[in-house]
Design a protein around this ligand. Structure first.
Ligand SMILES: CC(C)(COP(=O)(O)OP(=O)(O)OC[C@H]1O[C@@H](n2cnc3c(N)ncnc32)[C@H](O)[C@@H]1OP(=O)(O)O)[C@@H](O)C(=O)NCCC(=O)NCCS
Length: 273
């Protein structure tokens, strides 16, 4: 399982190639290798191998980024573990729990959602107001969106939920708590066929409840471009407080620069709606 590849260096290799690595067995092999003078162990796994990524995280490996074309021509996630590193997770791996209330259900996104994600992020309003979304998305961009949501959970960065109505799992939109490791911020988009029914406000209120309750945050921010009446309406309906304007801080889909209106909410200010 561990192969010495140079002075003081070893690599994790599963046998047969691509089979899951048993965390207990790897832990024992690491103990033996470090006792034998190995200083650092590297591990690269194909991007998307979440079982291996979780094992690397659990055993204290540091995530080093993506190595392009590294494993049989495919991209790989790179991890390293030093002899003196604590054998425990370095960062929080965020949960994306199912949360229900007020007729709305927040849940993890699944591959079955991909077509609805493509429609939602490809919609002209979304393309205009969220100009960082890929232009003219297709199936590949839909799957990349789902993959990014998983990566950001692993990175302690963002929880992204899909939301649906209780009793009907069809995806209606996405709501997220972004930058949880630094400046927590609420964000959302809603499929065009589900807008105007108050669903975004209800979904966002559940996400804020999770932020202040389960995650124990005291402050969440949100931003909407000055002309985005629908999004400003969501933030007002949530009872978020308008705190100021960040001038020329966004670019809309037509390439123009726009002001961003800043809002925030403190834990004690969240109302049940
Ligand atoms: C912004 C967006 C998520 C709103 O979704 P929605 O489901 O229509 O919002 P809701 O139905 O929950 O409405 C929320 C509030 O905004 C108001 N609102 C909604 N659309 C509006 C519009 N076009 N103009 C003015 N107010 C509007 C509603 O009246 C409601 O207020 P109320 O509760 O006081 O009646 C949706 O338009 C969207 O996906 N836009 C593109 C992506 C985007 O802009 N995301 C946010 C970026 S900051």
């Amino acid at each position: 399982m561990l192969h010495v590849t140079g002075p003081g260096r070893a690599e994790v290799r599963s046998t047969p190639a691509g089979s899951p690595v048993d965390p207990e067995a790897l832990g024992a092999a690491l103990d033996a290798a470090f006792a034998d003078g190995v200083g650092v162990v590297g591990w690269w796994v194909p991007v998307g191998d979440w079982v291996a990524r979780r094992t690397a995280w659990r055993l204290g490996f540091a995530y080093g980024g993506v190595l392009r074309g590294w494993v049989d021509g495919a991209d790989a996630w790179a991890f390293t573990l030093g002899a003196d590193d604590p054998r425990e997770p370095r960062t929080r791996w965020l949960d994306c729990p199912v949360i229900e209330g007020d007729g709305v259900r927040l849940r993890p996104l699944t591959t079955a959602d991909a077509p609805r994600v493509v429609e939602g992020i490809g919609d002209p309003d979304t393309q205009f107001w969220l100009s960082f979304m890929p232009r003219d998305p297709g199936p590949a961009e839909g799957l990349a969106y789902l993959e990014t949501a998983l990566v950001r959970l692993a990175d302690n960065h963002t929880v992204t939920w899909g939301f649906a109505e209780t009793g009907d799992d069809r995806l209606l939109g996405a709501v997220g708590l972004y930058r949880l490791d630094t400046e927590p911020e609420l964000g959302y988009w809603t499929h065009p066929d589900a807008r105007g029914r108050g669903l975004t406000v209800r979904a966002a209120r559940l996400a804020l409840g999770h932020a202040f309750g389960t995650l124990g945050l005291s402050h969440v921010a949100a931003y909407a471009a000055a002309g985005n009446a629908a999004s400003l309406g969501v933030l007002e309906a949530l009872g978020m407080r308008r705190v100021g304007v960040r001038r020329r801080s966004a670019t809309t889909g037509d390439g123009r620069v726009a002001d961003l209106v800043g809002y925030d909410l403190l834990a004690e200010e969240l109302s049940a709606g």
